[in-house]
Design a protein. Structure first.
Length: 492
């Protein structure tokens, strides 16, 4: 024990939790950026990705005498339970080592997050600079109170410091430093090419009421220029990647998108935009022309609803005409287009939901290369709509661990029509899986779900055609079976 106490502590262990995603394994973007910032200031980092490595691997690293703190990034949802379970293991091995969590959830609900006995420090907002200051404070055993933008426990009571007002210079200083990780873990085959997802910007200038980005990034948008993008993706190219999938909140200005298209063409890379395209801001023939001439084959739009009143309620600042115009332009330039929609929104009713279906069918007739993903509404903390549903009577979780399961509470927001909306989402997915998977890179299904698609796909097509979303016996049974299956799989 004395050797542990006397060791120089300069190692930060960054932990990527297991995720329940059924798609390709994304790069741990946030942790990579944090790790680079820490190394630039003389600290050592060890990134352990539990999607590939084991708990025993983590235990081995945790016993290293030089560990300064354990770091996690945490979104709202199932990953919270995973973080708590891993933290229990770490505290059993090294109870004296602080556990630091950052990301959207701790930023928006810092005091509630700190109320969990396993969490020692929360990073509020962007973590690149803050994590360095935390590391220096812990290493020199100086007070955390002088660090802006964190929460910690003083006499076991959560205490928040002053806000961190400076915005991190993502444009000039952020780097994934991809040459330091085994890149092939995160690549996959798409369109016959070795592919990977990448994020080249941060934030979004828009004000959608369902998005936590409005609070987390304060509508500040920063992005890399094409020279920086080229530098960052060079390790990917060196590893044999031939296709880049951009996965952004917002891809930027018309000028930036055209420059990206020119860069992809120069590098002879196939590419697609899987998120971050705007039906109004990016609905330019110059953009679509540049995309079509640069090996880009698809884009993705956030459309959300086929009812204008709902779009206004969401503060999308777009019209139905903008959506159909986007479909026309993607058709003109022979681009695949994925439109994203939300069901079960406050103020929505069955008639407004059917308007969305009608618009989807219209888009399909305009551009047969279109596909659609429909998600059930979830009021993420920090979004404007989160406050709206609370004022309407919804009771959010009061403990950190309960946020792992808050999606299941959504039944209580739209009790009457919950299964009507959910049946729409299921019918769309199972009736159109092939088209969706063609535009959602890296989609992976296990044997059970492949069998389900085969068995109930024809029922889903019938439901969609007839707009009959009542008595969804097959989907209720399916929901129960999938929950049992996931529980059994996780218990192994």
């Amino acid at each position: 024990m004395s050797s542990i106490q006397n060791a120089k502590r300069d190692l930060i262990v960054l932990i990527q939790q297991r995720t329940p995603e059924r798609r390709t394994t994304y790069l741990p973007f946030g942790l990579l950026l944090i790790g680079k910032s820490l190394r630039q200031e003389g600290f050592r980092t060890y990134l352990i990705d539990l999607r590939f490595e084991t708990i025993n691997d983590l235990k081995t690293v945790a016993k290293d005498a030089s560990v300064l703190f354990f770091g996690f990034s945490m979104m709202t949802g199932p990953i919270i339970k995973e973080t708590i379970n891993i933290s229990k293991i770490l505290k059993a091995i090294r109870p004296e080592i602080p556990i630091v969590v950052g990301g959207p959830h701790p930023t928006i609900l810092p005091e509630q997050t700190l109320s969990n006995p396993l969490i020692d420090i929360v990073c509020i907002g962007e973590g690149e600079n803050t994590s360095v200051e935390i590391a220096k404070s812990l290493q020199t055993q100086t007070s955390l109170e002088k660090i802006c933008g964190i929460g910690f426990k003083k006499n076991n009571i959560p205490k928040l410091t002053n806000n961190r007002n400076n915005i991190y210079d993502f444009k000039n200083y952020a780097s994934y430093d991809l040459s330091t990780i085994p890149i092939d873990r995160y690549t996959f085959l798409n369109k016959g090419k070795k592919s990977v997802h990448i994020i080249t910007s941060r934030g979004c200038p828009f004000r959608c009421t369902f998005c936590w980005n409005v609070i987390y990034c304060k509508r500040k948008y920063r992005s890399w220029n094409v020279e920086k993008i080229k530098q960052e993706i060079q390790p990917l190219i060196n590893s044999g990647v031939k296709r880049i999938i951009f996965w952004e909140s917002f891809l930027g200005s018309k000028k930036r998108i055209i420059e990206i298209a020119q860069l992809m063409k120069q590098l002879n890379l196939s590419w697609a935009i899987e998120d971050g395209f705007h039906v109004k801001a990016h609905n330019s023939e110059k953009i679509f022309s540049a995309l079509s001439m640069s090996n880009c084959d698809s884009v993705a739009f956030g459309a959300e609803s086929g009812n204008q009143d709902i779009l206004n309620f969401l503060k999308k600042d777009i019209t139905i005409e903008n959506i159909t115009d986007a479909a026309k332009n993607t058709k003109k330039y022979n681009l695949g287009a994925r439109f994203q929609w939300i069901m079960g929104l406050p103020t929505q009713n069955r008639n407004k939901a059917i308007e969305t279906l009608d618009l989807i069918n219209e888009i399909n007739s305009i551009n047969p290369l279109s596909a659609h993903t429909i998600e059930m509404f979830v009021p993420y903390p920090g979004s404007e709509i989160y406050d709206y549903v609370i004022s309407s009577g919804w009771n959010p979780p009061t403990k950190l661990e309960d946020w792992s399961f808050f999606r299941s509470q959504m039944n209580n927001i739209n009790k009457k029509d919950h299964w009507f909306y959910k049946t729409i989402t299921y019918s769309n997915f199972y009736a159109n899986y092939k088209k969706i998977s063609n535009l959602v890179a890296g989609t992976k299904l296990d044997l059970l779900r492949k069998m389900i698609i085969t068995l109930i796909g024809f029922i889903s097509k019938w439901r969609w055609k007839k707009k009959f979303f009542y008595i969804p016996i097959e989907y209720i049974l399916l929901d129960s079976l999938i929950k049992i299956y996931i529980k059994l799989k996780r218990s192994k």
